[in-house]
Design a protein around this ligand. Sequence first.
Ligand code: FAD
Length: 370
Amino acid sequence: MPETETLTGARKLIDDLVGDRAAEWDRAGLIPDDVLRTLATRGLLCVGVPETFGGLGTSSAANGEFTAYVGSRCSSLRSVMTSQGMAAWTIQRLGSPRQHAEYLPQLAGGKLAAVAFSEPEAGSDLSAMTTTIEPDGDTVTVRGQKVWTTAAHYADMIVVVGRYGSGAAAVVVPASAPGVTVSRVPQPSGCRAAGHADVRLDDVRLPASAVLGGGQPLMLLVTTALAYGRISVAWGCVGILRACLDAAREHARTRQQFGKPLVGHQLVGRHLAGLLTAEQIATRVCEHASRCWDDGSPEMVVATVLAKQVGALQAVQGAAAAVQVLGSAAAHEGHVVERAYRDAKLMELIEGSTEICQLILADHAVSMPG
Ligand code: FAD
């Protein structure tokens, strides 16, 4: 089936499953298990997994538009989707053919996954990571503490990044393995139903065959894995902006003040113009980054950081503008624009904060030929 047709059906399923329940999930801090399993068994949480492994094998562009659609309905669900896609991408990039055959069909067929890099003392500076993956014959032992792992609360497996000899590796850790403790992050300020959790790894013994990419330089491994997270978050920001634009436009058309619809007041119109501009800018940079992914362009890494940076900044400004247009209507907890305002700010912190993206872009600017 052509990918546009497949994903049109997928959007319909998202409409049916999410409906108007995103606010309820946000308040409860949970997405119902049947919703996640229904999407996971159809491969819709990681649509880029190749067809040979039971996935849909969509292009980055189609994946991105689908991610934006999910993000416009529920940023928590989009966050779970980002984690699942990042786990699949990490396995695809670092794993052996045998590991592809073992894990990718599971991710495209119903199992849920998360990816853990961050630690209490290693946030922006992941080179401070202390988690170890220690080989011992045909087994490895994993020890460490991960924090803020999105979707870990739901995950069947957690892709854990750690030190491995003088380099680094990722390791696929079953959430049920002895020594794994997953503890919910209490009441996060946004994406509240994304299942953020801290993960303790106390002498977790696994077969050596669970190790992906053993011995690579740590920062190379991290950059590889994060690339997927960044482009997915960037498209998620496009979704936030589209949800805000729709809500602000509808409200400005229907709410009357001073004898005419809000849209008739030019200062309100200015906010709508700003929102449309933000949505268009974010969409164009994401489309460019996805084209780089689909063409295998060497520009891919920088285009992805740029997309994440622009997407997050535009989403924060756009969501604030939408709150302003809605006034007190957006002051109700759970309103689409109120959630967007909280969710968007977190996009500036994750997958490389605004400042870390600026440092990467500054390095690129300096290294460009004059
Ligand atoms: P810090 O590193 O302490 O930074 C604090 C501030 O200082 C930031 O503004 C930062 O930009 C700035 N700063 C730090 N260093 C510099 C510098 N050199 N120059 C200029 N400014 C600097 N982690 C995972 O591994 N997996 C996940 O799935 C995951 N999901 C997350 C979801 C959410 C909602 C959140 C909030 C976090 C998540 N994280 C996850 C953790 C996330 O990656 C880190 O929060 C992020 O890397 C920032 O680290 P930190 O919070 O420790 O902030």
